[in-house]
Every structure is written in C-alpha cells, then in structure tokens.
Write a new protein. Sequence first.
Length: 380
Amino acid sequence: MGGRRYRVATVRGIPLYVDAGWLLIAAVYLSFEYLNLSSSAWEPTSAEAFGLALLSFALFFGGVLVHESAHAVVARAFDLPVASITFVFWGGATETPANARGPLVEFLVAGAGPASTLLLAGGFTLTHGAMEPSLMRGIVGELAFLNLLFAGFNALPGFPLDGGRMLLAATWGVTRNRRTGLRIAGYGGLVVGAGFVGLAALALIRQGDIGRGFFFGYLGSVLIATGRSMGQRIALRDLLVTGTVSDAMRPPAATVPAAASLADALDHGLRDEPGRTFPVVEAGRVIGTVSMASARRIGARDPLRQVREATLPLNQGPVVAPDDSLDDAFEWLSGREALVVRDGVLVGVLAPADVERWYRRRYEPGAVTPADRPPPRPDR
C-alpha cells in the first residue's frame, strides 16, 4: 500500500480508506457492469441498468469489506490492534501485527478472510437458487461466482496473499522458525506469481482480453517482486533481531493534555506541524493521539471542546513496547512513527529513521546519517 489513500469512514473504531488505484478498478467494475446489464436480453431501461449496476457494485465491494472485517474481528479477538482497512487495487488490506501472537494466531487471522468470502459465495448461491428467473437473479449468480473465485484466489499459497500468509504461519508453526516460514512463503509467491503471468499471456494472446491480461499481469508482478525481495527481508530481519525498541527509540515527543481545549492545542503545536500526530495524555497515561485533521473535525464546531473528544484510539496507529524486537517493530511501523508505551506510560517514540540510525551505529560505525550530522556553523 504505497500509494495515496483517502479516508472515507470509520467502522467500529477502525478507519476505512480507499487507495487511489482502487478508484480505477471501482470505475471499471461499475462501467462494465452497466454495459453488460444494458445489453441484457431483459432489456432494462438506462436508469434500471445503472441502478442495478450500483447495487451489484455495492454488494461486491461490500463482500470485500466483509472479507477484511473478518481479519479485523479475529485480530481483535486476540487483543491485537487494527490500524486500518484499505480498499486497494486487488481487493483489500487489513493492517494488524498478527505475527505478534505467534503462528497459530497469524494463521487464523489470515484464514478468516478467504473463509468469510467462501461463506458469502455459499449465501449468494443459495439465494440464486431460490429466485425466479430475472435480471437480479443473474446478478446474484454472478456475485456467487465472483466470491467463489476470490475465495480461491486469496487462498493461493503465494505471499502476500492470505494463502501465502497461512503458508508462512503453518511453516513457522511446524519448524518453530519464522525465518523459514518467510522463505517458503517467498518461494510460494514466485510460483503463484509466475502462474498469474502465464494466465495474463493466455488472456492477451488467445482471447485478446486486455483487461484480464492487465489484471493477472499486475498481480503476478506484485507476487514475483515480493518473492524476489524476501531474501533481503530475511537478511534485514536477521540484523534487526539483535536489537530492541529501547535501543533505537528517541525520548517522548511533545504531548497534549486530554483536558486542554482544542483551540489551545491548535495554537500550541498542531498548526505548526499539521502532518504530525501528537500523543494525548491523561493522569500520566497515554490514551491516544490527536492531529490537526482530527482536531479540526471536532473543533470546527466548538473550539472550546476538550482534546479527548478528538483523540484517536491507540489501536489506530502503531504502538510498541520497549522490549519488543526491532525486526517485529520495524514491520509494524510501515513507514510511520510509533509510540513506545510501557504499562500505559509513554516512554519514547520510534520511526524508521531511528531504526536506520541504530543499524548504522551497530553495523556501520563509521557512517553518519543526515540526522546525526551536527548543524552547520552560523557563518557558513
């Protein structure tokens, strides 16, 4: 999920985003569905065809949301934080550190998605069988097939698909070595990715289907790239596993009192750094974070309301403990800054740049990162 994304809703405290690439696939799905319905033998009017296309769109992507929500529900059942759900080009992504609870939990979190999609396929199949012949019955039958297809696709043993994560967890559980699980999952990604590239070639050469060829080719390239990079990921993990969060973290950032007014918070920090989130503390304990955007959503109506009313829960962002291994913490950061919390008390912050500084100090003692350089002299 490296592209731009847009927040559209919050479901049970979990922010829901759409990736820029998803907007393209959503538009393509809606357009093709409208064209197919318009040319149906049932001869619907343009308004009827568009309305049914919207319904099909909502049911299909509602199924994607069910799939991702299943990941989130199982993760929360094991007391894991869920930072977000994002609709992406190939479906969805749920951000949660499932590996923190061991291989069994990681397997269950990963497997919940395909299982929920398979249940949806069964539900649509039963509904289709109970309906009288109609245009709507055709849509339900199509949704049954698509959900069955996506359940099988997600269960394929290629990382980072759900099946690949299940393969990783299963191998980790059998060998007691996550490193081995990562390597096997990477090989799975290469094999499955090559299969998708082959399907893309067949779609283009034999059928002239540009859309299907592009989709399969894109998925194949993602899986192959992930599989090829797994060796580097394992090598980095082998280096980071020797350190802990406390070795690399910085002192706590500036905090915002939960009882302060939003107007004061905006005037004393938030406006100066609009892209940053600040820890919110109450009675010495961190209760969440606040940002310029979250403060404005509440403060625009009443700037005298307290900061706690605009506070985002801790489980919507990365939170690590001082004794966590750096390799696990770095994987959870995903390019963001994490709060380091011990028994509810904020003791530091950790960002990818902090991990890089630790790495340089440990393995490249002579190297100096930009953040380590002294400021220039005033006369230069």
